[in-house]
Structures are given as C-alpha cells and as structure tokens.
Design a protein around this ligand. Structure first.
Ligand code: C2E
Ligand code: MG
Ligand code: MG
Ligand code: MG
Length: 299
C-alpha cells in the first residue's frame, strides 16, 4: 500500500513538472507571438498615443499631458500597455518603440504649438532599458531640435527602480537634460525600492504619487500618512507633486487638503486620442468629466 502511494506521488509529481513545462512553453510561445505582432503593428503604424491631462489641483486648469501608448488589435481589442511594454523590453523592441513614442510626441507637440493650442508640455514614459542605451539622451535632444522644440516642451517620466539601478553615465546624461531645462518626473512614487537617497543624486523636478495610495487614502490612514509624507518631502526638495489616479470627489478633497500641486485621473480626464485632446485643450468641448472639471475650476 505504501508502495502504491509512493508510486502515485511520483507519477503525479512528474505530471505536475510536465504541466509546468507545458505552461512555461505556452507562455513563451504567447510572448513570442505578441512580440512579433507588436513589431508588425509598429511597422504598419498601428500604434497611437493617447494623452491624459494633468490639471492644477486648485484651479482645474490643464497644465501638461502624459503621453500613453496604445495598441489596438483588429477588432478593437486593446492590449494593455503594461503587458506589451514588458514584452517589448524583453525582446529589445522597446528601443524602436521608444523612438517612435518620442518622435510622435514631439511631432504632436510641434503641431499643437504651430496651431496655437495652449499647452505647457507633453511628458513621455521612458523605461529602464531605453535609458541604458548610450545614445538615448542624444536622440531625445535631436528629436526636439528636428521639430524646433525647446527643452521645456517635452518631459520624461522614470520610475524609482530605474533611477536606483542607473549608472554614472545615466546620472550624467540626466543632469545634462536638467540643465537644458527638461522636466524629469518620478513615476509611481512610493512603490519602488524607495531608498530615498536617489532624490539627492538625480535631478528630479516632480514626484507622481502612485495611484494605489490615492485610491486607498479616503479609507486608510496609512495611505494618507504616506501621501502627506510624500507631499512634504517633495515640497521641501522644491519639487512639484502630482497625485495619480484620482477617480472621485473624496480623493480630490484629500489631495487639495494635502496641497498636491497637480492631479491626474479619470475624475478629470481619461487618456484621450489626439483629436479629442486637441478639442479639450482648445476649450471646444468639456472633457468626458467636463462638469466635474468645471466645478474644480470654480473652487
Ligand atoms: P503610468 O506611466 O503610471 O501611467 C498612468 C496609468 O494610469 C495609465 O495606464 C493611465 O491610463 C492610468 N490612469 C490614469 N488615471 C487613472 C485613474 O483615475 N484610475 C485608474 N484606474 N487608472 C488611471 P496605462 O495607459 O494602461 O499605462 C500603464 C503603464 O504602461 C504606464 O503607467 C507606463 O508605465 C506604461 N506605459 C504607457 N505608455 C508608455 C510608453 O510610451 N513608454 C513606456 N516605456 N511605458 C509606457
Ligand atoms: Mg507615467
Ligand atoms: Mg504612474
Ligand atoms: Mg504605472
């Protein structure tokens, strides 16, 4: 009986190993297909940028936009950016993808400027692998020059982990950008390995408090405390503080009490295609949440 049990355990064990191999294999095949599809979509110019406004917490006025990459499969199914960007990072496609984002954001910024659309700047997300490319900063500067843009018209967002892992060359490159006038925001602030010492070394201009804190702040004193601390540190360092992912009135109220400078979230605006963004910037339409934005403006 004991032998039978032992044999069964052995068989089941082997079975589950085979099962894991199968899963891993399926996962790799899926990822490979996704990477191939993504490359095809990039070549076919099927990717787009959407734009989400960052508004003044006090006046509700739009200050900047964050550019967010969008990939829609035929049939209208959107692939979540987190998913395809991870795949792009692993396959190396992130470099071409990142170049496209920079080019497209600069082109759009220049077009809006030429058309007299009121806007301070567009911020783009830059991944760790992109940043580690030796000519990344040079490419960015060249792209701005090509489109006749000044350094204050495009900003970059980096996560804490990217900075913590950054080497001397990146440090130097970021300081050069900073001295030119580029804005450099820390994305998802509070969720990285959060050794705060990188705030001393790197030329940061804004902190974007991660939306998980914002989401939970109304019901959770710990999240509120962390947010208050983030606002305090940010302001003491002379940085702008942005609250990400604001979805309702209660969150907005807290954020105003905490004296966050800027707010980004569905409560005001969702990420929108360029054409819709333009109409919002021109004041031709109120945003999907226009009424609320109006109310924000009145306060
Ligand atoms: P992120 O940079 O932190 O961007 C903010 C994300 O929060 C966006 O998700 C945005 O749609 C979402 N968001 C904004 N307001 C709200 C809100 O009120 N509620 C909720 N639930 N979500 C809100 P998205 O567009 O899915 O992008 C996810 C992530 O993908 C980004 O996070 C960024 O890390 C990455 N990503 C997007 N575009 C690019 C890109 O062009 N390059 C790189 N390297 N990464 C990108
Ligand atoms: Mg971002
Ligand atoms: Mg973020
Ligand atoms: Mg994020």
């Amino acid at each position: 009986n004991a032998d039978v049990a032992k044999n069964r355990a052995k068989l089941e064990g082997r079975g589950s190993i085979r099962f894991f191999h199968q899963q891993l294999h399926d996962e790799l095949v899926r990822e490979h297909r996704l990477a191939e599809n993504l490359e095809r979509a990039l070549n076919a110019q099927e990717l787009t940028l959407h734009y989400q406004p960052q508004v003044s917490a006090i006046s509700g006025r739009i200050e900047n936009l964050e550019a967010l990459l969008r990939w829609e499969l035929p049939g209208g199914i959107a692939v979540p950016p987190h998913e395809f960007i991870r795949v792009a990072e692993r396959s190396g496609l992130i470099h071409r993808l990142g170049d496209w984002v920079i080019e497209e954001a600069c082109r759009q910024r220049a077009q809006w400027r030429a058309a007299g659309v009121p806007l301070e700047r567009i911020d783009i997300n830059v991944s760790g692998r992109q940043l580690s490319r030796p000519d990344m900063f040079e490419r960015l500067r060249q792209c701005l020059a090509r489109h006749g843009l000044g350094p204050r018209e495009i900003g970059i967002e980096l996560t804490e982990n990217v900075l913590i892992e950054a080497d001397e060359r990146i440090l130097k490159g970021l300081w050069e950008l900073y001295h030119l006038g580029f804005r450099i925001s820390i994305d998802d602030f509070g969720t990285g390995y959060s050794s705060l010492s990188y705030l001393k070394r790197f030329p940061v201009t804004a902190l974007k408090i991660d939306r998980t804190f914002v989401r939970d702040a109304p019901g959770e004193p710990k999240d509120r405390a962390i947010m208050e601390a983030a606002v305090f540190i940010g302001h003491r360092l002379g940085l702008e503080v942005v609250a990400e992912g604001v979805e309702d009135e209660r969150q907005l109220e807290l954020i105003r009490e905490m004296k966050c400078d800027l707010v980004q979230g569905f409560y005001f605006y969702r990420p929108m295609p360029a054409a819709m963004t333009e109409r919002v910037l021109l004041g031709l339409v109120s945003a999907p949440n226009g009424l609320r934005a109006e109310r924000g403006r009145a306060l």
